[in-house]
Design a protein around this ligand. Structure first.
Ligand SMILES: NC(=O)c1ccc[n+]([C@@H]2O[C@H](COP(=O)([O-])OP(=O)(O)OC[C@H]3O[C@@H](n4cnc5c(N)ncnc54)[C@H](OP(=O)(O)O)[C@@H]3O)[C@@H](O)[C@H]2O)c1
Length: 368
C-alpha cells in the first residue's frame, strides 16, 4: 500500500506516538529486520555510495520497494534486483518524470540547485522529501551544545557550485531550505555527524582501530577529556528508514553516542575491541598545531571555530528512536572489514598520521 502527500501529513500525528516508543528504548542498536506494516515505494537519489547501500539494505529488508537514481558510475551492478534509473543531478532528470513514489531520500545533493531541480521535477509525485545534510551546517561551531535551531553557516556567494571545506556546510544549509520550502509539511532533514563503520571510503574512523591494533607507543591527540561524536553508518541508515516509516517531519541531528564520550573513553573502547597493546601518549593540541596537526582524522580540539563540533545535541533524534551501537562494536566490525581488503588498499590509510611522522612528533614531545 502506498500513500499520498496528504496521507503523509495525516499520519504524522501517529508518528509522535511512535517516536515516544523510541524515547523509551535502551539506545542500543540491533540489526533485526522488522517487516514494515505498510510497505512504501522509496526513491533513493544516490544509493550506491556508502550510506545509500545501507539505507537500501535496511529498506529492502523491511519489505519496501526501492528505486535507485544515479549516473551508473559508482558501484554499478551493486543491486541488480532493484530498478535503477539512470540520469545526472547536474543536467538530466528525465528518467524521474511520470513516476510516483511515497518518499524520496536525497543522499547525493551537495548544492541547492540540485535540490531545487529535483523538487521541481518530482513535485506532487512524491509524498515526502528526505534530505541528507550534515552537522557541517553549524560551521563555525562557536557554541555548545548545538541543537537543531542553532545558527547555521552562511556564504558570500550562495550561487557558488564549488564544494569544498569552506562552502560545504553553508551549501548544505541552503539545500535544506529548498527541501523545506518545497515540502513544508513532509520534509525530513537529517544532519549526520561524522559517519563511521565498515566500508568507510575515507578511513577517518578506520584509522583508530587499525592504529590501535598495530600497538606500540601511540599518539593520542589533545586532552583525554576532549569530546568526540560520530554515527555508525548502519545506525544512521536504520534511523532514517525508521523516520520515514514514522512519517516524522522536521530537522534531526544524527550523532552518537547518547551520552557524551571523551577521547580517553573512545580510545579505551576502541583499544579494548581490537585487543590493543598500544601505549597512549597524550600530546597537547598546541604542540600538535605547531607541527601542522590541527585535526587527527576527525578529532579537533574543542575551541575556536571547532568548539562545538563534537558537542552536537542529538537528543531529538534519540527521542525519535535513534539507536547508537557501542563504539567497541563499530571498531571491531570496521577492523574485520578492513582486514578483508587487498594488501594494496591496506598498505596506506587514507586518513590519520603516517607511522614515521607520528614517531617524529612523539620523539619531539618526549624531548621538549
Ligand atoms: N561521510 C560523512 O562522514 C558524512 C557526514 C555527514 C553527511 N554526509 C552526507 O552523507 C551523504 C553520503 O551519502 P553516500 O555515502 O551514500 O554517498 P556519496 O558517496 O556522497 O554519493 C554517491 C552516490 O551519489 C550518486 N551520484 C553522485 N553524483 C551524482 C550525479 N551527478 N547524479 C546522480 N547521481 C550521482 C553516486 O552514483 P553515480 O556515481 O553512479 O552517479 C552514488 O550512488 C552525502 O550527502 C554527504 O554529504 C556524509
Amino acid at each position: 500500500m502506498s500513500f499520498t502527500r496528504r496521507d503523509f501529513v495525516r499520519t504524522s500525528a501517529l508518528a509522535g506516538a511512535a517516536a515516544g516508543l523510541g524515547a523509551c528504548s535502551s539506545g542500543d542498536a540491533s540489526d533485526e529486520a522488522t517487516p514494515a506494516a505498510d510497505p512504501l515505494r522509496v526513491l533513493i537519489l544516490g544509493g550506491t555510495g556508502w550510506l545509500g547501500p545501507n539505507q537500501v539494505r535496511t529498506a529492502v529488508g523491511r519489505g519496501h520497494e526501492v528505486t535507485l537514481f544515479n549516473r551508473g558510475r559508482r558501484n554499478p551492478g551493486m543491486f541488480p534486483e532493484l530498478e535503477t534509473l539512470i540520469g545526472d543531478r547536474n543536467d538530466n532528470l528525465e528518467s524521474l518524470r511520470g513516476r510516483t513514489w511515497d518518499v524520496v531520500i536525497d543522499n547525493s545533493a551537495t548544492i541547492p540547485r540540485w535540490v531545487r531541480q529535483s523538487t521541481e521535477v518530482l513535485g506532487d509525485s512524491v509524498g515526502a522529501y528526505v534530505f541528507v545534510s550534515s552537522v557541517g551546517v553549524y560551521l563555525p561551531y562557536l557554541t555548545a551544545p548545538l541543537a537543531e535551531d542553532g545558527p547555521v553557516g552562511t556564504i558570500d556567494d550562495p550561487t557558488t557550485e564549488e564544494v569544498n571545506g569552506a562552502t560545504y556546510g553553508a551549501l548544505k544549509a541552503l539545500s535544506e531550505e529548498v527541501a523545506r520550502q518545497a515540502y513544508p509539511d513532509t520534509y525530513q532533514v537529517v544532519r549526520p555527524g561524522y559517519i563511521v563503520g565498515p566500508e568507510d571510503p575515507t578511513d577517518r574512523f578506520t584509522y583508530w582501530p587499525v592504529r590501535m591494533a598495530r600497538g606500540g607507543e601511540m599518539l593520542a591527540p589533545g586532552s583525554p577529556s576532549d569530546p568526540i561524536q560520530q554515527i555508525d553508518v548502519r545506525d544512521l541508515a536504520t534511523f532514517m528508514i525508521d523516520l520515514v516509516e514514522q512519517r516524522a517531519t522536521g530537522t534531526f541531528n544524527a550523532v552518537g553516542p547518547r551520552e557524551s564520550l571523551s577521547m580517553a573513553r573512545f580510545l579505551e573502547s576502541v583499544g579494548g575491541a581490537v585487543e590493543s597493546e598500544a601505549e597512549l601518549t597524550w600530546v597537547d593540541a598546541d604542540f600538535l598545531e605547531e607541527r601542522d596537526v590541527s585535526f587527527l582524522t576527525y578529532w579537533a580540539p574543542p575551541r575556536g571555530d571547532y568548539l562545538g563540533m563534537h558537542q552536537i545535541d542529538g537528543s531529538k533524534a534519540f527521542a525519535h528512536g535513534l539507536r547508537s551501537r557501542p563504539i567497541a562494536e563499530t571498531a571491531s566490525d570496521t577492523l574485520d572489514w578492513f582486514n578483508t581488503l587487498d594488501e594494496e588498499r591496506r598498505a596506506e590509510l587514507r586518513s590519520g598520521i603516517p607511522a614515521d611522522r607520528e614517531a617524529d612528533i612523539l620523539a619531539a614531545w618526549a624531548a621538549r
